[in-house]
Design a protein around this ligand. Sequence first.
Ligand code: ARG
Length: 460
Amino acid sequence: MTGKLWGGAFDKPTHAEVEKFTASIGVDGRLWAADILGSQAHARMLGKVGVLTADESAKIVAGLEAVRADITSGKAVFSPDAEDVHSEIERLLTERLGALAGKLHTARSRNDQVATATRLYLRGEAQSLGGDLRALQTLLADTAEKHVETILPGLTHTQHAQPVSLAHHLLAYFWMFERDVARLVSCVERVNVLPLGSAALAGTSFPLDRKMVAKDLGFASVTENSLDAVSDRDFVVEFLSDCAQVMTHLSRLSEELILWSAPEFGFVQLDDSVTTGSSIMPQKKNPDVAELIRGKVGRVNGALVGVLTTLKALPLSYNRDLQEDKTFLFEGLDTTRASVRLMSLMLSNASFKTERMAKAVEGDFSNATDLADYLVRKGLPFRQAHEVVGRAVRYCLERKLALEALTVAQLKELSPLFEADALAAIQPLAVLHARTSEGGTAPVRVKEQLAAARGALTRA
Ligand code: ARG
């Protein structure tokens, strides 16, 4: 005997280095509540099918409840020498119930136990991450609502392209996060399947009622194959891939806030509470939070690749390699959640410099397409219109003029098709209002978009 759950056949104690190397309590300790829930459902079911007596089952369920209370109150602390969270909960239960605690592990293995606890835990965390994303989306929609007519230069290649509204710009991110939420919801469908009852790898000879356990724990169904159930972590891969996508979206928004807060743009001022100073340059207010969100993409991508690499070429069924999944899962989850929340915090008190945005559109030729479109409406083929307006731009550049500052006479020199209304058509606000195609930046369209966004927020 070695004092281990599995010590019966062992003559020698485990080497101290091996204990350290194989232990996972430092990582999987946070699964404790999920582990207890899973064990209680298992015990209830064993009682119902008669593997345990009703009395034994009730005592184990109550004992686990007491262990939960002890952990919550801090009365029970995990031993640093524990192997993993599962053995540690069983140890705490044994302290209370003595030998009876040993009946809980009937028809169960840590292999199906850990898969169950991980799925239970992840189900809740994925839903709560979805909630954090919903809060960020709400903030984006609320902010957009105030800026349907706020004009700023829309960019392609980081060059001024055509004016857009700040609302339109912010809502672009709303839809990215909308797809991220949908991906998480879909991921949870595959997470929400019960592996318990698969035992070590092959199932068990005891007459289990797996559907009862699934119902008890809120799982939608039970796994179809015990070998698959104890050995795949594709749901962790999928979740981390969803996190990586969230982080990629956040990094784009971060990058824009970083650029916009640079004096060359001056489109946004981040609040003192979310910026940090420099130890040498007294004038500095740095967008470190945005930079760190951008930087932390590496951690989440690393976690995704880490778990994929851990799973690669693993033979069926359970292998201890799988214990590594949780390090990656928690790293990806924690980083993504913190990043979403910090992005909300940063946006909630950012002040958008709308005059500066409007100024940036003046004389920037981002209305050139509209001048060409004007000629097209007069019957000129677009290619020729493009050419005419190209000459107009050169004319302005040579004279340091804004396109919208040309006189009708000057325009007529470039093409006899121009009339006085051409100038009205290329004022920034007119340009914005003109983009009325579905999904365009015109305020009437953006208001529809906002209504659609609000509708999406009311759905799960
Ligand atoms: N701590 C392990 C894990 O997270 C579960 C233990 C399974 N151990 C075993 N020898 N089968 O994967």
